[in-house]
Design a protein. Structure first.
Length: 283
């Protein structure tokens, strides 16, 4: 994730080509179909593929496992009536443009995450705790999103939603209880977004342990965004866990007449940078 200054100056990592994204789209649909049908139906597809290959010029080749898999995949593509690359590209560009708007997912324009979006780079490792809409938004901005929640239904809902929205290529999700096991994360993490309301039922000790573990996974200069959720716990209740972090006070709601906070933005200090600056000052 780029700093505010770097966002205007640094050359960004290259975005995967649309051809690559189309191939990923086709692969996701094929694998999703295979996982949705009974084994006996998949075997029947295999028999159909063999019969089709034996009736064509391909019969002169040995029926290897690779040829079989490719033939089955082609049959599934026909059955699913997957769009051609040209049609997919036209629809994909329009869809992705809409998906990158916070309001598309029901997020307010003054959500404190919004000013950070231009600083994200493709495949930046990000983590979302309970905030379902945010997970979709970050995936639409091509970050590598890990979604965790203590509600198994939420995890399953987001998994299905990511596949349906063609956002699952860099996505992973896990059922996690605050204060308990954490999955192995591809870190250090550039950005973590926490729905504070989802931590309402956790004990103070469990919340502290959980947030400390997330902080340990955060890169120097990495950012935590604490959002108000449906639960009773407000983002401010978690501030005691962020001693020494830099607080950005731009997260106040900009709606006229509103004193409500839209959330909190906190940055992990870059201790290495601070040490170098201090050493330079001594000289």
């Amino acid at each position: 994730m780029l700093s505010a200054t770097q966002a205007h100056r640094v050359r960004r990592r290259p975005t995967p080509s649309l051809k690559q994204q189309y191939q990923e789209y086709v692969l996701q649909r094929i694998e999703g179909f295979k996982n949705s049908i009974p084994r006996d139906e998949l075997l029947r597809l295999g028999d159909e593929a063999v019969a089709e290959m034996q009736s064509t010029a391909e019969a002169q080749f040995v029926l290897t496992e690779v040829l079989m898999l490719e033939s089955v995949d082609r049959l599934i593509m026909k059955r699913l009536a997957l769009r051609s690359y040209r049609r997919w590209r036209q629809q994909f560009l329009k869809l992705r443009e809409a998906q990158r708007q916070p309001t598309h997912w029901g997020l307010e324009p003054d959500c404190p995450l919004v000013p950070l979006l231009p600083r994200l780079e493709d495949e930046d490792p990000t983590l979302v705790v309970g905030a379902e809409a945010v997970a979709y938004l970050l995936a639409a901005h091509d970050t590598a999103v890990t979604f965790i929640a203590s509600d198994l239904r939420a995890v399953e809902r987001v998994e299905a939603g990511m596949a349906n929205e063609s956002l699952a290529s860099l996505f992973a999700s896990f059922f996690v209880q605050p204060g308990g096991w954490l999955p192995a994360l591809d870190g250090p993490l550039a950005l973590i977004v926490i729905d504070a309301g989802t931590l309402t039922d956790a004990t103070t000790a469990a919340r502290t342990e959980f947030i400390t573990a997330l902080q340990d996974q955060t890169a120097a200069g990495g950012i935590h965004v604490l959002l108000p959720g449906r639960g009773r716990l407000a983002p401010e209740a978690l501030l005691s866990c962020y001693e020494g972090w830099i607080r950005d006070d731009v997260a106040r709601s900009r709606r006229r007449g509103s004193a409500k906070r839209a959330g909190l933005v906190l940055t992990r200090p870059d201790e290495t940078h601070d040490e170098l600056s201090h050493a330079a000052g001594e000289h």
